[in-house]
Design a protein around this ligand. Structure first.
Ligand SMILES: [Fe+2]
Length: 300
């Protein structure tokens, strides 16, 4: 597939796109000049699927998210915000079950009350009722804010059961972007990939190209998303798209197996493929560095 790129290739692309990828094995990020006044970092968690039950996939379904939260509480430096990029809960046709899962999820993440925490829905949370219940618990499904010179935009591409952003929201995006300068530093959070990663597995946003078209005139745009339950890095032109791991069930690379099914738990490699990431925003040169973290089995 042309969107599969190896790490060396990614670093080459990254140096063009203004993003430096850092694996947990290296420590290159410390070499990047971090200016505490202007620079900051945030944490992205994704696809926590609270309520998922499948022992062969994740026998610690009730413990993985709390472990990640413990690790965040133990961070030496505090992120300026923590963002959950959708699929907070596992879908259920029974609305009372969905409600219970949202309530439990909200209770668990209330442990993070000393942090600024932001949410957005995934199709598991929002596609059965156009996001109505999600909004009762977590508020708006699309919004913007500004922080230390970065304009953040949350795009909802899941509440519409057709997996689209929709005309109304695209107009809202267009109006918002009209207020931005061409060299603005723009970060987009969304659940589904905005590009056609693998439509056969529903890894796409049907009208995502309309959002990309609106973003293209801006020089500095980076998209962070979830949905595909694994790290993936891709460019549409100069716009970088980075997907995050899940905190419940890992998925195989697009098209690598005949059917889209979670990767099974490996006893001697617990939590393999699960985790969260830190993103450092370095104002100078407008770069972002990404550092991936796994789940520590020893955290209780
Ligand atoms: Fe998901």
């Amino acid at each position: 597939m042309d969107d599969q790129i190896d790490r060396r290739e990614f670093l080459k692309l990254a140096s063009i796109g203004g993003v430096v990828f850092v694996s947990t094995l290296s420590n290159q990020h410390s070499a990047q000049a971090f200016s505490p006044k202007k620079d900051f970092f945030f944490v992205q968690l994704s696809d926590t699927h609270w309520g998922f039950d499948g022992k062969k996939v994740n026998p610690d379904a009730k413990g993985t998210l709390p472990k990640a939260i413990k690790e965040l509480q133990g961070l030496e430096q505090k992120p300026e915000f923590i963002v959950f990029t959708g699929d907070l809960t596992q879908i259920s046709d029974d609305a009372s079950v969905r409600k219970q899962r949202m309530k439990e999820f909200k209770d668990i993440v209330s442990e993070l009350s000393s942090f600024k925490v932001l949410f957005m829905p995934g199709e598991h949370d929002a596609s059965l009722d156009n996001g109505e219940m999600y909004k009762e618990f977590f508020g708006a499904t699309h919004y913007t804010w500004d922080h230390k010179g970065v304009h953040f935009i949350v795009i909802d591409n899941v509440s519409d059961p057709g997996g689209i952003i929709g005309k109304t929201q695209l107009q809202w995006l267009e109006d918002d972007l009209k207020l931005q300068k061409p060299d603005a530093n723009i970060v987009v959070f969304t659940h589904r990939p905005l590009f056609d990663l693998y439509p056969q597995w529903d890894w796409t946003t049907k009208d995502g190209d309309a959002a990309i078209k609106l973003l293209m005139p801006f020089k500095n745009v980076t998209v962070f998303y979830g949905h595909i339950h694994q790290e993936h890095h891709h460019f549409t032109g100069h716009i970088a798209h980075h997907s995050a791991k899940s905190l419940m069930l890992p998925m195989p690379p697009a098209g690598s197996v005949p059917k889209r099914e979670p990767i099974l738990w490996v006893a001697n490699e617990p939590y393999k493929g699960l985790g969260f990431r830190e993103v450092k925003s370095l104002t100078k040169n407008r770069t972002f560095t990404i550092e991936e973290f796994g789940i520590n089995a020893g955290t209780t």
